[in-house]
Ligand binder design. Structure first.
Ligand code: IPM
Ligand code: MG
Length: 356
């Protein structure tokens, strides 16, 4: 199989973690007889530095023409004063919108090796953590009307949280389809006691559920969901939610599984094109120090193989190699615990590579 992969290193630790993921992808390709052609694409703060734009048109075109996109991280304090239409994060949001990446899949799975890194008590961890957040990615407050105006002599800011029924329907179907292959439970998270968009959300999710009689649907308010994720995470199988709630809850879900550093994500369109990225940010505080955890990016690459290219065996080989490295006790700083061996980003890459 031959595939073209657009690679966005981005900012901060982005280059370090992507470099390791590309080594793993290359060796997987060699071993299984595939060819991956990597094309570097400029986006984020580094693109602002080089050409004044967070997402040059050429970058967008290359991504559109690729079979999938692998992204490290974008953003950093250096670009905090950029106007909102040209912040590094805007590059990511534009990519999501332009590529039609409406479905963001973020797994929260407690790897047995990382138990000690979780802040939760043993009695909670004993029940297991294994759920998937299905986050709507191109609607809601992120893409509603944004404005700051002068009203009665003061500034007034508005961010519209807008959802159409068809947007909700599309993401709900993704969640139900995933649930069908798992424990057949969807918990839809909203704020229907306050927000109109959430009331429509609930209505549409319920109507989609009628086509999935084998899947059990329940609803949860987002404030309660935030509490339940740390109080009793084993109750979740598929958590379906809108864009901003999903952003917040997925950070919470990542930390209870040990570290945000190992969580991958897939942003999917209706076709096979997807964008794969770790859910952590650019971590400017450790950038360039070889301290970053490359596992979130490596597992994102594994998701790409499975979900965009249908290479399940290859994807599993990468996941197994990651588990082996953890099994042997190797840890980057973010997931370090007693008795383990502290390694840097590159060395973690070396160790995982050995197992491929
Ligand atoms: C994420 C990030 C992004 C988001 C930022 C960088 C715009 O936090 O992917 O979770 O809010 O979606
Ligand atoms: Mg986030």
């Amino acid at each position: 199989m031959q595939k073209r992969i657009a690679v966005i290193y981005g900012d901060g630790i982005g280059r370090e973690v992507i470099t390791q993921a590309l080594r793993i992808l290359e060796s997987t390709a060699d071993k299984y007889g595939h060819t991956f052609i990597f094309e570097e694409v400029l986006a984020g703060g580094c693109a602002i530095d080089k050409c004044g734009q967070c997402l040059p048109q050429e970058s967008l075109e290359i991504c559109k023409q690729s079979d999938s996109v692998l992204l490290g991280a974008v953003g950093g304090p250096k670009w905090d004063n950029e106007p909102s239409h040209n912040r590094p994060e805007k590059a990511l949001l534009t990519l999501r919108k332009e590529l039609g990446l409406f479905a963001n899949i973020r797994p929260a799975t407690l790897l047995p090796q990382l138990r000690k890194a979780s802040p939760l008590k043993d009695e909670i961890l004993n029940c297991g953590i294994d759920f998937i957040i299905v986050r709507e990615l191109i609607g809601g407050a992120y893409f509603g009307e944004h404005k700051i105006e002068q009203i009665n002599g003061e500034k007034v800011a508005t961010d519209g949280m807008t959802y159409s029924a068809s947007q909700i329907e599309s993401i709900a179907k993704v969640a139900f389809d995933i649930a069908r292959k798992r424990k057949k439970q969807v918990i839809s998270v909203d704020k229907a006691n306050v927000l109109s968009s959430s009331r429509l959300w609930r209505e549409v999710v319920e109507s989609v559920a009628k086509n999935y009689p084998d899947v059990q649907l329940s609803h949860m308010y987002v404030d309660n969901a935030a509490m339940q994720i740390c109080r009793a995470p084993s109750q979740f199988d598929v958590l379906l939610t809108e864009n901003m709630f999903g952003d917040i809850l997925s950070d919470e879900a990542s930390v209870i599984t040990g570290t945000i550093g190992v969580i991958p994500s897939a942003s999917l369109s209706l076709g096979t094109l997807g964008l794969y990225e770790p859910i952590h940010g650019s971590a400017p505080d450790i950038a360039g120090e070889d301290k970053a955890n490359p596992i979130g990016t490596i597992l994102s690459a594994a998701m790409m193989l499975e979900l965009s290219f249908g290479l399940t065996k290859e994807s599993e080989a990468i996941q197994r190699a990651v588990q082996e490295a953890l099994e042997k006790g190797y840890r980057t700083g973010d997931m370090m615990s007693e008795g383990c061996t502290l390694v840097g980003c590159k060395q973690m890459g070396d160790i995982i590579l050995e197992s491929i």
